[in-house]
Every structure is written in structure tokens, then in C-alpha cells.
Design a protein around this ligand. Sequence first.
Ligand SMILES: Cc1ncc(COP(=O)(O)O)c(C=O)c1O
Length: 299
Amino acid sequence: MPDGYRILFLAGGAMHQFAMVPANLATPGGTVAYADSGYWAQRAMAEAARQHQVCVVARHEGTQALAAPPLQGWQLPPGSAYCHITPNETVEGIAYPGLPDVGDVPLVADCTSSCLTAPLPIARFGLVYAGAQKNLGIAGLAVVVIQEALLARSSASLASVASYRLQAQAASCVNTPPVAALLVTAMVLDWIDAQGGLPAMAEANQRKAATLYCAIDASQGFFCAPVALGHRSLVNVRFCCANAALDTVFATEAEAAGLHHLRGHPRIGGLRASLYNAMPQAGVDALVDFMAHFQRRYG
Ligand SMILES: Cc1ncc(COP(=O)(O)O)c(C=O)c1O
């Protein structure tokens, strides 16, 4: 992390930050810019829209394969307090291939599902936040990395537990912190260091994702990945059977074979494998073996 940033460890989840980001960085009724990349971006926007003018500056318009919003041509309205992105959309399995240029406007990112899966260029962001439960530990804790200069924006009228400025002054201890969740996060960070840090995490995640996407793409159309090449998430691999009726059979038989949580999000169906840091290569290899076995029987 470069100089000039603070890390806050706050109680609650990423959705608390959906509310705290606009409350701290913008004035009530002020304008905030959001890129609409999918389910979680929309939920973040809905929360900001309770008290602010939300301007959608980018979204994917194509009817073909799913993709992140295009990175060029974002027109931020004058006076935008910040611009918010969701670098990895957990539900759709979509990841941005890069970062947008938003000029002097602070870029804010919800990194809940991508945090610590690869190195992140923090200096490009005004604020990054993540709920802990995917790659950092257990639910109940959110981590916020904020540029020090932005702390001055927290209004004196905010509740003290919800003020980034007061939380930074109190070393995240305005009230009793969620100590068990913090302890687990400390252990996870030690584990990541012992594996070789974020470069090692990135390498392992790339290998796992490549194993699974290759198996899908090599299945001669039996399995399909709906997300465009270059926009596919490393950690939330979305796929389906070309014969949609087989998705439920696949998930049920996979469950019986010890491969859990492969049903897609209820909003979009299909199948999804989440390959967060804690998933070993052996888990992906077992899934790919099961897929080949399944295709032999139903293909
Ligand atoms: C990208 C993203 N943002 C926000 C959330 C919501 O997190 P929480 O349940 O910690 O509020 C999730 C949860 O899956 C997520 O994946």
C-alpha cells in the first residue's frame, strides 16, 4: 500500500459500505457516479440513491456475450463526489479487464469478491472496500482502504461509528471491534504471506480459472461459459449446460459427489463455481473430472 492511505477494519459487511461511502464522501443530495456492471453494482447504486443523485456513467449494452461496461467514454457529471465500480461481479462472473480513467474524481471500488486474489494498484483508487467473508476471513468485518485526504470529507453530523474520519482517528476502535472476525483475518493474512503473498495468490487463481474455463471451452458445446473472453472472472466461474434442463441434474449429482455450492445465483440460474483463495487446485481438478464424467453420461 502506498503512503497516504489508511486501512479501517469496520464491523458489518460490504453492504454497510454501500451506505457509508456516499454518506462520508458526498454531501446529501450531491451527485455520485456509478458504473452498472451487474447485480452488486446495482445494489450499491440503490443504496446511494436513497440520499444522493446517482448518475450511471457506464453499462454493457450488447446483446451478445456478457461483459463488463466498456472502459472508454465515461462522462462524469460535473461535481461528482466519486465514481464507483465493482471490479468483480460475483453473481454474473464478470471482471473488468482494466480500470477506467476518471480524471481527478476519486475512484471507489467494491472489491468484496476480488480482494487479495491478486495485487491491486491501490494508488489508482480513492477508496477500496471489501466484506471479509470471501478472501479475508469470516462475515462481520469489512476492510476499507481510504486515501487520507478523503477523510476530511466525513461530515461532523455523521454517527461516530459510521464516520471514516473518526474511525481513522480511533484506529477503528470507536466501539468494540468484531475481534473474532479480526483474529481470523490476521490468520488468513499470515497464511497468504506464507503462500508467497499476492503474486502467489494471483498465479494460483489464474491456474484454477484456466483449468475450469479450458474444460468448459473444450466440451464441444456441452458446457457453455456466457461471459466474453477477457471479461471472465478469475474467482466466480459461471457456466451452464447447453441443455438447460441438465443444470439442476448437474448440481444435484455434483452435490452427491461432494462438490458443493455449484448452483448459480437464484437471480440468473445456471451454474457457478467460486474459486476464492481458499479453494485448492485439487478442488477444481475434482470438478473438471466430474464434468467429463457427467458429459460422458448425458452428452
Ligand atoms: C461484490 C459484492 N459486494 C457486496 C456484497 C455484499 O456483502 P455483505 O453480505 O458483506 O454485505 C457481496 C456479497 O457476496 C459481493 O459479492
